[in-house]
Design a protein around this ligand. Structure first.
Ligand SMILES: C[S@@+](CC[C@H](N)C(=O)[O-])C[C@H]1O[C@@H](n2cnc3c(N)ncnc32)[C@H](O)[C@@H]1O
Length: 249
């Protein structure tokens, strides 16, 4: 099993990142949707939606949302939010499905696809990275948007904190981070009832150029890069995020 298939499917992942909550997601989505000016009822796919924090809020804003994720546990949790909020339609306007982003997306053409909070860069084979871009491209209407919220490799490398311990829900998560080749590796160790547990995250340090190449190969145009969740301009040296806005040509 690949690391991203097991780790994200555990309750410990959700506990460790529980400070990344709905408020953070809502503030970001409010700013992002204002920028994109998508009309109400636009169709949006939240690709790698996790526990649905962005999907649920997008739906509250009036969008028709499909949340997709590889983690069965997350999708089972998300299913509780699946309701029809549109008065004019009996179809639910918020749905969730298990889906591997390397595969083609089975949906009607959509207005936007969001891939948020570093949900990319997990695959060893470049072909898989390219397949993600292709699947997104094919799922979009012409002129549709793709938002890829990714890490800023330069910032991550410069600001790496090698060792930390984070306490959540009575568990001490001991975290060590290192750069190995073109990857950032986050090693996560903790104990449950005296039993040691060990997981890791391994994310590729894609450059702006690589991301741009993947996108342009498919026919995307990059129209904007923001550097943080307040949507300030991207600055390579100081921006914590690299939030790419692509448009299908
Ligand atoms: C860092 S989390 C972000 C989750 C969510 N976007 C958020 O901000 O809360 C990454 C997510 O990617 C999902 N994921 C990992 N590999 C995937 C794949 N091949 N296809 C679809 N989802 C995947 C994980 O299950 C996890 O929910």
């Amino acid at each position: 099993m690949e690391w991203f298939e097991s780790w994200f499917d555990t309750p410990y992942y959700h506990l460790l990142y529980s400070n990344r909550d709905y408020t953070e997601a809502e503030n970001f989505i409010t700013k992002l949707t204002q920028e994109l000016q998508l009309p109400q009822s636009s169709k949006i796919i939240d690709l790698a939606c996790g526990k649905g924090r962005h999907s649920v809020f997008l739906n509250k804003l009036g969008y028709d949302v499909l949340g997709l994720d590889l983690s069965q546990q997350s999708i089972d949790f998300d299913k509780q939010f699946e309701t029809s909020t549109s008065l004019s339609s009996s179809e639910p306007t918020l749905r969730f499905k298990v889906h591997d982003m390397r595969n083609p997306i089975d949906s009607e053409p959509v207005d936007a696809v969001f891939n948020l909070f570093t949900s990319f860069g997990y695959f060893d084979d470049e072909k898989d990275d390219r397949n993600v871009f292709k699947s997104v491209y094919n799922a979009l209407k012409s002129e549709g948007f793709f938002v890829l919220d990714y890490l800023n490799e330069e910032y991550v490398t410069k600001n790496l904190v090698p060792e930390t311990t984070i306490q959540r829900g009575g568990i001490d998560f001991h975290i060590s981070k290192k750069i190995e080749g073109r990857h950032i590796i986050k090693d996560i160790r903790f104990e449950i009832d005296g039993e040691p547990k060990h997981f890791f995250e391994k994310v590729k340090l894609h450059t702006l150029e690589t991301i741009e190449n993947y996108a342009s190969e498919c026919g995307f145009e990059r129209i904007k890069i923001w550097g943080d969740y307040q949507l300030n301009e991207f600055q390579k040296e100081i921006s914590p995020r690299c939030i790419n806005l692509f448009k299908k040509k």
